[in-house]
Design a protein around this ligand. Structure first.
Ligand SMILES: Cc1cc2nc3c(=O)[nH]c(=O)nc-3n(C[C@H](O)[C@H](O)[C@H](O)COP(=O)(O)O)c2cc1C
Length: 360
């Protein structure tokens, strides 16, 4: 099924059928595997970068540091390695369960210094549970994986990561270039390695309205994360429920008055806990007539931005959980604008309480 049809179907009220087998969690990369060597002086520390972003964690019941719809982790990574890395130049398949690589072939002649992580998906893993609702989630998950790579580069203070999330290609869906270390480079406000390894999706209920200045910071971060193809707002509860949107001057403006959260809960596969969430940050856009590149771009970028916000929200002391499955969620039409233009693409539920972590 083509992506345009798949998204239209995912947005309907139709309910997925019973689960099917998810298949193997890692591609069957050919040949023997090898460990990621320790990085020498001036080399890109691929071992630590991947440990903080794509590697499985054992003993904790979770697969990767990044969030993933249903914990199904459909995203696979290939590394195109150039000069300045502890591995010889070449193309490698990454095995996140064993944190090892398989040599797949030579790198193209014009491979830049550092490494480029090419992200693609094995749809079966997510299809196994979400059926016809899987495709938007597969794209969002890829965005979260790209955010995890960017955050890992920030945490380790290597050179600035350069994600490509333009949606132009179905394979790979996205790439993140990681340059060799740039002496003196630091990303202001970078997370720590612990922030990344401790990231979880907090379990509902997520109650308590987040402070307005934190909401403003998060929405400004979302807008600044290369999401010009999307718009952002936050549905907040409390005594004066409303929808807040980031204004061009960096403040928050009231975008609509009234209670949106019960409607959001109905639109998000009937997840009732959303009606009580302290706030729900929403990315919206991706009109009904969007072609495949625009569908990919909006979903990849929404996933990327929510991945950044998820870690940022927790560093501000909030509880946070991504919400990716939306049906009939035409936010624009619900607010009285033209129908079919402003569909909810992704969300991040927030609260000030931390009752528990894990899957609801
Ligand atoms: C794209 C995406 C969509 C998600 N959608 C939902 C959702 O609709 N409801 C929910 O409770 N959790 C949702 N999650 C959170 C996942 O269930 C969670 O990431 C997964 O169980 C792994 O747990 P962890 O994030 O604590 O590692 C979503 C996560 C992602 C990345």
């Amino acid at each position: 099924m083509d992506l345009v049809t798949a998204l239209a179907l995912a947005r309907t009220a139709e309910v997925p059928g019973p689960d099917t087998p998810p298949g193997a969690p890692v591609p069957d990369w050919p040949g023997p595997s090898r460990p990621l060597p320790e990085a020498g002086a001036g080399e890109l520390d691929l071992r630590r970068l991947l440990r903080l972003s794509l590697a499985a964690r054992d003993g904790t019941g979770r697969l990767r540091p990044a969030a993933s719809a249903g914990g199904l982790h459909p995203v696979d990574g290939q590394l195109v390695v150039g000069p300045g890395c502890p591995l010889p130049p070449g193309r490698y398949g990454y095995d996140p369960l064993n944190h090892r690589v398989h040599t797949l072939g030579p790198a193209p002649g014009d491979t830049p210094p550092g490494a480029t992580v090419e992200l693609s998906v094995t749809p079966q893993r997510t299809l196994s549970h979400y059926g016809h609702r899987a495709w938007p989630l597969l794209l969002l998950d890829t965005g979260h994986a790209a955010a995890a790579l960017r955050l890992a580069a920030d945490a380790l203070g290597t050179g600035p990561a350069a994600p490509r999330l333009d949606g132009r290609t179905a394979y790979p869906l996205a790439t993140v270039h990681l340059p060799p270390p740039v002496p003196g480079h630091r990303t202001p406000g970078a997370p720590t390695a612990r922030d990344l390894l401790d990231r979880r999706s907090d379990g509902p209920p997520l109650r308590g309205t987040p402070p307005r200045d934190v909401l403003r910071t998060l929405l400004t971060t979302a807008v600044g994360a290369g999401t010009d193809c999307l718009a952002w707002c936050a549905a907040v509860g409390g005594p004066r429920p409303e929808l807040l949107a980031p204004a061009p001057d960096g403040t928050l403006r009231r975008f609509a008055a009234g209670e949106a959260r019960p409607t959001l809960a109905a639109w998000a596969a009937g997840q009732g806990w959303l009606a009580e969430a302290g706030a729900v940050v929403l990315a919206y856009g991706c009109p009904a007539g969007a072609d495949a590149p625009l569908i990919r771009r909006t979903h990849l970028r929404a996933g990327y931005a929510v991945g950044l916000l998820h870690v940022a929200a927790r560093r501000h002391g909030l509880a946070a959980r991504p919400v990716g499955s939306w049906q009939r969620a035409d936010l624009g039409a619900a607010l009285g604008a033209a129908p079919g233009r402003d569909w909810i693409v992704h969300g991040l539920a927030l609260g000030t309480t931390h009752p528990q972590e894990g899957t609801p």
